[in-house]
Design a protein around this ligand. Sequence first.
Ligand code: FES
Length: 99
Amino acid sequence: MSEAPLLQRLPGLAARRLLDFTLDGRPAQGFEGDTVLTAVLVHQARVRDSDAGASPRSGFCAIGACQDCWVDAADGSRFRACTTPLQAGMALLTTRRGP
Ligand code: FES
C-alpha cells in the first residue's frame, strides 16, 4: 500500500535513539519517546481500519479518551496507540485481517 504519511517530523529536533519495529510486516523505525500513534503516522495515514467498516482511522484526541486509535499487535495484544510508548521489536498490524 502506498499512502502519504499523516505526520511529518520537524527538522532540527534533538536526535533520539532509533527503534526498529514492523508495520504490517514491513520494517519501520521510530524514535525512543514516540507514542505508537506518532511512529505509525509518520509512515502512513491510518493507524487501523474501523471496527464498523473499511474506513481508515488515525486517532482523534491523542490523549487516551476517544478510543479511535486501538491498534493490534502480532502477539495478540491490543492497545491505544496514542498512550502507548513505541518499543523496539513491536509488530504492529494496522489493516484488518480476514473477514
Ligand atoms: S486518539 Fe483518542 S484514545 Fe487515542
